[in-house]
Design a protein around this ligand. Sequence first.
Ligand SMILES: [Zn+2]
Length: 67
Amino acid sequence: MPNPKHKHSKTRNRRDRAVWSKRVETAKTIATCTNPECKQPVLPHHVCLACGTYDGKKVIEIKEKKK
Ligand SMILES: [Zn+2]
């Protein structure tokens, strides 16, 4: 496994984390499902996990949760 040779300083960790969280925030763009019956917020370029639709077509079957 590739491992870091040295422990990172607190400052370095916090600085890196700040940059990362900023990047995540800018990536927070959320599309809405193309299925007019669903309209759930979905990640862009991802299959809607609520109804299994992508680009207006049903791509995956969504199994209802069994309890
Ligand atoms: Zn959907």
